[in-house]
Design a binder for this molecule. Sequence first.
Ligand code: GLU
Length: 399
Amino acid sequence: MSTLHQSDIIPFKADSSLNSPSAHTVKEHSSLRGFINLKKIVIKVGTRVLTKDGCLEESQIKNISDQIKWLVKKGIKVILVSSGAIGAGMGILGFKKKRDLLPFQQGLAAVGQNELMNKYSRFLRPNLTAQILLTREDLNQRQRYLNVHSSISTLWQWNVVPIINENDSVSTEEIKFGDNDQLAALVANLISADLLLILSDVDGLYSFNGKVVPTVEKVTPAIEKMAFKEKGSLTQGGMASKIQAAKIATESGIPTVIASGREKRIIEKIINGEEKGTLFLPCQKRLKARKRWIGFSSLPRGSVIIDEGAKEALIKKGKSLLSSGIIEVNGKFKIGDVVRILDEDKKELGRGLINYSSEEVRKIKGLKSNQIEEKLGYKDYEEVIHRDNLYCRAGEESE
Ligand code: GLU
């Protein structure tokens, strides 16, 4: 197993007197950016980077593979999230136009994934590659999520490069990630990556004046508006979905770069601090692993609306959620489900693992903790959501 040696550490060009917003890698001034101590990276490559005229473009797969080899040589652990299965399938089967019918896409993905992996395993040699196909449910269920984590850890120990895609052949509309940008962000979250790199066919996020925005400090509604919602014939995501992925990663404390995957040595340039693409800065320190799962990977079942006092206790004081602060319960959930926590304006404040079912919370809402037993006939927990099982959007906790 290769390790990161001092001599391999990539120079950090920033002025060290300035504190980086996230302790791990990145400096806030785009002109000074660079990544030091980069240990784990998730690289997402889009279909448009990998295909031309409806077929897989070998020179591009080689280009990406060569750069991954460069990273691996430096002892950096890489996960590649690669699209292109459906695009490859179309080329192999000679279809010119994509149809939205699900079975059609499932079939294309099944044919194309094989071809895609063949090419990666050829161009990534002497590194070994491994295929992991995920559905949304694999990251939603805690046990399956941990299984994916341990499988990746094992592959890394063997110096194998995991290549991930959505399991399109079995995914249906309701359970789809939607696009690989989101999948890549959740994988970055899962393995606590130091950097999420989204390689696309555009140079970064364009502002309204047609220039690439070098740095985004926070994904605000104004930033979201910059995304034009174009849809190509082969791909799912556009800039909007890339920004959403950057939002997931940066809210978990992981810096994200969107850049052109067609530019030669783009990965090396970004890591060495050249001003390439758009850098999204992490909003906060790295969240604890469990909180990252609660906040982003698990799919919430229902919601509770809380009052101003409880909101302040949660956000400002880092307290648990008690029954007394709950005003309303929406949906149906059971003990251990993740629920959304909303304020009185229905704004999402965070998410948490709940200690009581929706029927129970409906009965105990507004009551003090010492009244729970009287109402239910038992009291298994003081808190409805314990602070350790709570992810707050404005949270500041670190790993
Ligand atoms: N999983 C799809 C594929 O391999 C790509 C999804 C996307 O474009 O985001 O073709």
